[in-house]
Design a protein around this ligand. Structure first.
Ligand SMILES: Cc1cc2nc3c(=O)[nH]c(=O)nc-3n(C[C@H](O)[C@H](O)[C@H](O)COP(=O)(O)OP(=O)(O)OC[C@H]3O[C@@H](n4cnc5c(N)ncnc54)[C@H](O)[C@@H]3O)c2cc1C
Length: 389
């Protein structure tokens, strides 16, 4: 068994998917791996690495070639997120949110003018961010307090967003605000906000336990005036846009968790072969072998759930339950696998000189963003019971 290709799910990839995956894996190995520790310590991704991701073609995966993108599919985005996460899950956040939430939103709901203006930029140099959460609106995301008041030809936005990934690097933000609070969640509207728009500021950056290199910031909207042409979709369609994006985006988080579990597993199996105790490699002890086998089983299951959800989504079949299950399982599996990797390393697993503790720290976020584990359970149960919101 190849340590870096542990589970056999690779057999479900087509030739073009395999080639794409391998090119991303080579990039991650050569360009990201040497920077992992420094990025974690400095809590930042260097600009030239961000540029390298654009040059590689993983920032416009589903953008049509005519608009400067790769003209590939959602499944390719999932593969890219998985491969990058195997090396650095923090860098993968940038790629994941940009592709599965921002590019996807423009592709699906952007007007012709918005697509022409933003998609070439998103494919070549502009990072995107998705701003839904607020201090008082986390799991209850649609109780958001940000307001958009119609004024002349456009809207004036006020409010604060919290926990916004990619905010440090992003040039374009999809911001959700309520333009008709009387209508409840049916008043929520999505806006395209360019960095530098007067009244829009990127605020404090969070100091996090994991995925530290990924920027997570507060956003401030203070009388931020936008023309009506910056509304994405229709006024009041923001709820549908937000929820449909998250249903797909969760598969990306499942891929991130699968990739990072693979990364930790790869280190653990190598260490188990090299580390000797009682006169032999620890990989020869049955209890260590059992730990490695459980890790591989978790990864295999997570990966199959993620790939299946992605294939269903791409095929236009119903996938909401499968998406939530894939994220739920992959996030919990990632926590188990990364914790077991630390156990395999013994004391060396508990210090920063070795790579596995970072995977463990990075795994935790999988149970929080794009819907906590409880929210995935509620979504799955709601689907199974045939209930609507
Ligand atoms: C690193 C990071 C990056 C993020 N990136 C983004 C981003 O790019 N864009 C964005 O919009 N948001 C982002 N978020 C926000 C993220 O989506 C929220 O943190 C998440 O939705 C949970 O909301 P909360 O933190 O307010 O927790 P809360 O909603 O306060 O939840 C606290 C606890 O209560 C539980 N709970 C809440 N309601 C229920 C219920 N009905 N039933 C059972 N249990 C419940 C939760 O499961 C959780 O265990 C990010 C967060 C982090 C930490």
């Amino acid at each position: 068994m190849e340590p870096n290709d542990a589970p056999s799910a690779l057999t479900v990839l087509s030739e073009d998917e395999r080639l794409f995956r391998d090119s991303v894996a080579r990039f991650a190995d050569a360009r990201i791996r040497p920077l992992v520790r420094e990025m974690d310590e400095r809590a930042a991704i260097p600009q030239d690495l961000v540029e390298g991701l654009f040059d590689l073609g993983v920032m416009g995966i589903e953008v049509p070639e005519a608009l400067g993108g790769a003209g590939a599919r959602f499944f390719h985005a999932i593969l890219a997120v998985e491969e990058i996460s195997a090396v650095d899950p923090a860098v993968a956040v940038l790629v994941d949110i940009h592709n599965t939430l921002v590019v996807k939103a423009l592709l699906r709901w952007g007007s012709a003018a918005q697509r022409e203006r933003y998609l070439p930029a998103l494919a070549t140099h502009t990072v995107g961010a998705y701003a839904l959460s607020e201090a008082g609106a986390g799991s209850d995301a649609f109780s958001l307090a940000a307001r958009a008041v119609a004024d002349g030809e456009g809207y004036v936005l006020n409010g604060r967003k919290l926990w916004i990934s990619n905010a440090g690097e992003a040039g374009l933000f999809i911001v959700f605000a309520n333009a008709d609070p009387q209508a409840g969640h049916r008043g929520i509207t999505a806006f395209l906000v360019d960095r530098g728009t007067p009244g829009f500021t990127v605020g404090r950056k969070e100091d996090k336990v994991g995925v530290r290199a990924s920027s997570t910031c507060e956003l401030l909207l203070e009388d931020c005036r936008l023309p009506a042409s910056q509304v994405l979709g229709r006024p009041g369609q923001g709820y549908t846009i937000a929820i449909e994006l998250l249903n797909e985006g969760r598969i990306g988080i499942g891929a991130q968790m699968t990739g990072l579990a693979r990364g930790a597993y790869r280190h653990a199996i190598q260490y188990a072969r090299e580390r000797r105790q009682f006169g032999r490699p620890i990989a020869e002890f049955q209890l260590v072998r059992a730990q490695l086998a459980r890790m591989a089983a978790d990864i295999e299951a997570a990966r199959l759930l993620v790939y299946n959800a992605a294939r269903l989504c791409e095929a236009g079949r119903s996938f909401v339950t499968e998406s939530a299950i894939s994220k739920l399982f992959a996030a919990e599996a990632a926590e188990r696998v990364t914790s077991a990797a630390i156990n395999v390393y013994g004391g060396c697993g508990f210090v920063r000189d070795f790579p596995v503790e970072k995977y463990w720290r990075d795994a935790k976020i999988g149970q929080i963003y794009e819907g906590t584990t409880n929210i995935q359970l509620l979504t799955i149960a709601k689907q199974l019971l045939g209930e609507r919101r």
